[in-house]
Design a protein around this ligand. Structure first.
Ligand code: MG
Length: 373
């Protein structure tokens, strides 16, 4: 029988949250729900350590899982796990930080197998940074990186062994010296068997960890051609291109950049450019759309996102855009601060208003990535 202890008795202090971080929403779902659903298929019993004040909010989240119940947590992680171990019924126990919502079934299975085979199983990752010992602001010495690992959870053990280790540590008033179960087990029982962890199985700690990591945006725009005029020039993606006629617009009529700005604004949940740069405002008469784009980018960066990639598609019969694609890409890359910019140009096969040469339509999608503050 397998029991799972989910550590959920923390506060939101380090995450800068007003509440326990496992109750904060991640993509619309409280963080705790992710671990509950990941472990449910394996657990005969799930014990959720929680603070008294969080219980009214945690209990409803457990209702889909008849095998789950709460255990009143202590002042530290170790005290909470110790309290839960006193109630565990399974012969195998897995301990997991509920603030690691991205745990996978692969990791859980790996830990269970390791406990059955070796008596313990602890998810670890090899460290990639140089490891140093330091005191008082100075580096003492380097530690060989090959001997260093970062411990994750889940960590699994035979319940009787882990409980014995905890009781010993408690007896020596040493419980609070440990930040995880592998340390307590190693001190009082023996070496823990390592299992390969997963970099994605990270612990949510800082405010930005709770923001959606990526956002997608979409925009479209159309401008009509005015009357034929020799020597006419239009702006597309900030590049001046000779055309049979100018585009009718309040600004410079850069239909591709307008679609792109709408994509950026939609990705961060802002209103469109018509709302932001109204054409009733004389300030935007003949405006350089690339300058407006720079303003939009300031907003996007200001709310903590950068552009991961952008794709623009421009549809018109004339002018021929193929010779200008490289220059357009260059300008948009610079404006977005992003290497991956795709620009496609095509005709509408003589169909509809675009096919009749009456105007140009552009579409744009962007993918934004959250930046660390
Ligand atoms: Mg427009």
């Amino acid at each position: 029988m397998i029991s799972v202890i989910l550590c959920a008795a923390g506060s939101g202090t380090r995450a800068g949250l007003p509440e326990n971080k496992i109750l904060s929403e991640l993509n619309g779902l409280p963080v705790l729900c992710y671990s509950l659903s990941a472990f449910a298929p394996y657990a005969d019993e799930m014990l959720v350590t929680c603070r008294e004040q969080d219980e009214p909010r945690i209990l409803p989240l457990l209702s889909p899982y008849p095998q789950a119940h709460t255990v009143r947590g202590g002042a530290t992680r170790a005290a909470s796990v110790f309290a839960a171990l006193g109630e565990v019924k399974g012969d195998i126990v897995l301990v997991h930080d509920a603030a690691r919502p991205f745990v996978t079934s692969k990791l859980i299975e790996r830990v269970i197998e390791s406990v059955k085979k070796y008596g313990s199983g602890v998810c670890v990752l090899p460290v990639t940074d140089t490891m140093l010992l330091g005191t008082d602001g100075y580096i003492g010495s380097q530690i060989s990186r090959d001997t260093c690992f970062a411990a994750q959870t889940p960590q699994g053990f035979f319940t009787k062994d882990l409980y014995a280790a905890y009781r010993e540590a408690k007896q020596f008033f040493a419980l609070d010296a440990y930040t995880d179960d592998s340390g307590i087990y190693a001190s009082y029982i023996g070496p823990c068997r390592m299992c390969m962890g997963d970099a994605a199985n990270r612990k949510l700690t800082y405010p930005e960890d709770f923001r959606p990591a990526e956002r997608v945006g979409f925009g479209t725009d159309t401008h009509a051609f005015g009357s034929l005029r020799e020597g006419a020039v239009i702006s597309l993606c900030g590049v001046k291109i000779p055309a049979p006629a100018p585009l009718l617009a309040h600004s410079d009529g850069d239909v591709a950049v307008h679609a792109l700005m709408d994509a950026l604004l939609s990705a961060i949940g802002e209103r469109d450019i018509g709302h932001r740069f109204p054409d009733s405002d004389p300030a935007y008469a003949g405006a350089d759309s690339m300058q407006l784009l720079a303003q939009v980018m300031k907003t996007v960066n200001g709310v903590g996102f950068s552009v991961k990639n952008a794709a623009i598609s421009i549809v018109c019969e004339l002018p021929r855009l193929a010779p200008h694609i490289g220059a357009m890409q260059e300008r948009i890359r610079d404006a977005l601060g992003c290497e991956s910019v795709g620009i496609a140009a095509g005709t509408n096969e003589k169909l509809g208003y675009v096919g009749e040469g009456k105007g140009i339509t552009a579409f744009a999608t962007v993918l934004l990535a959250a930046r660390r503050a």
